[in-house]
Design a binder for this molecule. Structure first.
Ligand SMILES: NC(=O)c1ccc[n+]([C@@H]2O[C@H](COP(=O)([O-])OP(=O)(O)OC[C@H]3O[C@@H](n4cnc5c(N)ncnc54)[C@H](O)[C@@H]3O)[C@@H](O)[C@H]2O)c1
Length: 262
């Protein structure tokens, strides 16, 4: 998009004047969300390990690309510094980069795969949040959306370690959400079911055998946009085919009973 096009679009757009970082923005859900945020007027910084794909998306949205391994704390700090230097600040962080695990915890355990998955899916959210908080505070507040998954709300026998790190992201969102409200920073998570991206390539046969529809990436992007432009905090929005996305209503833990011990 040309600078003139961007200027014309941003006069009416809801995220006009806002700067958004999108990790894992080279592909799939991150790519679709980078496009949606830019369409809504945001200046987008695409961050990814994949420089070719990331640059392509940055070109499409008239934004920026920064190579970043989200599992590296210093790389997250450098990403935020880049956004502040080139865009003047940060208002929105979509912490989305992630991978499937490729191993279990039994004979198929593989330490390198485990570290890679925890590094991208959990450290990437924790480090990204840590790195971006000062920039959001400097703007008087902002919005962080982390990509969890339905695997963060339900059991995942096919990839238990993925279930573990996505449950951790859900727990982080529920806990950090209220904790950051006094800073006017809204932390939420998005929890899609099977959605269109290359991460589901190994599962396509099974999904089609089961007649399981795949969610278009744009539906996830629209949900992220709703969260960013909304006013919730600590919410975990689930996305299922054929249902309106909404915050998951967690069951309240029963309060204490009358213990037999004192
Ligand atoms: N597609 C689905 O069905 C689905 C469902 C629920 C949640 N998710 C989650 O959505 C997020 C996006 O995945 P996707 O489905 O778009 O898959 P994808 O493979 O198309 O995109 C993931 C992107 O993350 C990047 N990435 C991976 N590790 C990285 C790292 N350490 N540092 C920086 N970038 C890294 C990849 O290069 C890729 O561009 C992931 O967190 C994934 O777990 C996907």
């Amino acid at each position: 998009m040309t600078a003139e096009g961007r200027a014309a679009r941003s006069m009416t757009a809801p995220l006009s004047g806002k700067v958004a970082i999108v990790t894992g923005g080279a592909s799939g859900l991150g790519r679709a969300t980078a496009l949606a945020l830019a369409e809504a007027g945001a200046e987008v910084v695409v961050a990814d390990l994949d420089a070719e794909g990331g640059r392509e998306v940055a070109d499409i949205v008239g934004g920026h690309f920064r190579a970043c391994d989200v599992s590296d704390l210093d790389a997250n700090r450098a990403l935020v510094d880049f956004a502040v230097e080139h865009c003047g600040g940060v208002d929105i962080a979509f912490l989305n980069a992630g991978v499937s695990t490729g191993c279990g915890v039994g004979d198929d355990f593989d330490l390198a795969r485990y570290r890679r998955a925890m590094g991208a899916n959990l450290d990437g959210v924790v480090f990204g949040t840590h790195a971006v908080l000062p920039a959001l505070r400097a703007r008087g507040g902002g919005s962080i959306v982390a990509t969890a998954s339905l695997a963060g709300l339900a059991s995942v026998p096919l990839d238990p370690l993925y279930g573990a790190n996505k449950h951790a992201v859900v727990g982080l969102a529920r806990s950090l959400g209220p904790a950051l409200v006094p800073d006017a920073i809204r932390f939420n998570a998005v929890c899609p079911g099977y959605a269109e991206s290359r991460i589901i390539d190994p599962l396509r046969g099974m999904l089609s055998e089961q007649g399981m529809p795949v969610i278009p990436a744009e539906v996830v992007a629209d949900t992220v946009l709703r969260i960013v432009t909304g006013d919730g905090a600590g919410e975990c929005w689930f996305i299922q085919p054929g249902r309106e996305p909404e915050p998951f209503r967690f069951r309240t833990v029963p309060g204490p009973g009358k213990p037999a011990y004192s």
